[in-house]
Write a protein that binds this ligand. Structure first.
Ligand SMILES: NC(=O)CC[C@H](N)C(=O)O
Length: 210
């Protein structure tokens, strides 16, 4: 068995840890770290410097304020590092503001994007009285059990490319998608008691780690 194969087997058999970073420039970092810490065989780290990505297998870009986070990503030289992370087929999950930054396009804005995900998004898509709300739904690909979906000044995905799988939509409104190595959710699983979504993410990290 080659070294890569052996490593993959060890990770799959739960005998080797994968390392997951949470981009720690702004936003809901602690909540993601706490959820990841409840999952076995995962080493967890807040990521404050681009070089920390070198030994991570997965990265979460949390919710927060996408405008602020975009500036910090640029200021701390994360743009190229995150793009390289994606090119190495390492796994990235963007929640809410994280989803906005990963999108190829934002409706009505011309901002520089990481643009790693072939989707178009609309920021603050739910209007003022519905700024924040909790929905409940089953997301079959993730789990058979009902999950709480927490939306906070959430974006919506208004267009998806051909390489994108829709994980969750309601009445034509798309709120979660994935492609080969990226997951994006408009809602915040880190603000619920359940770690199911984080487990789904970690499984994807494991399946692409070698
Ligand atoms: N909870 C969130 O991450 C909100 C995202 C925020 N409305 C933005 O546009 O950046």
């Amino acid at each position: 068995m080659g070294l890569q194969m052996l490593k993959k087997w060890l990770i799959g058999a739960g005998k080797m840890k994968v390392k997951v970073g949470v981009l720690a420039l702004q936003g809901g970092v602690t909540e993601h770290l706490n959820h990841l810490n409840q999952i076995e065989n995962v080493q967890v780290a807040p990521v404050k410097k681009p070089e920390q990505l070198n030994d991570c297998n997965g990265l979460i870009i949390p919710g927060g304020e996408s405008t602020t986070m975009r500036k910090l990503i640029k200021h701390y030289n994360f743009t190229e590092a995150i793009k390289a992370f994606d090119q190495q087929q390492k796994v990235i999950w963007g929640s809410c503001a994280g989803l906005i930054l990963l999108a190829a396009e934002i409706e009505g804005e011309n901002n520089e994007q990481l643009a790693l995900l072939n989707i178009k998004v609309k920021r603050n898509a739910f209007g003022s009285q519905l700024d924040s709300f909790i929905d409940k739904a089953v997301i079959p690909k993730v789990s058979d059990s009902v999950q709480e979906l927490v939306f906070i000044r959430a974006p919506l995905i208004t267009e998806v490319g051909q390489d994108i799988d829709i994980l969750y939509q309601k009445e034509g409104q798309i709120a979660a998608v994935e492609n080969k190595n990226i997951i994006a959710t408009a809602f915040h699983p880190e603000l619920t008691k359940s770690t199911i979504f984080h487990q789904y993410f970690v499984e994807k990290v494991k399946s692409l780690s070698n």
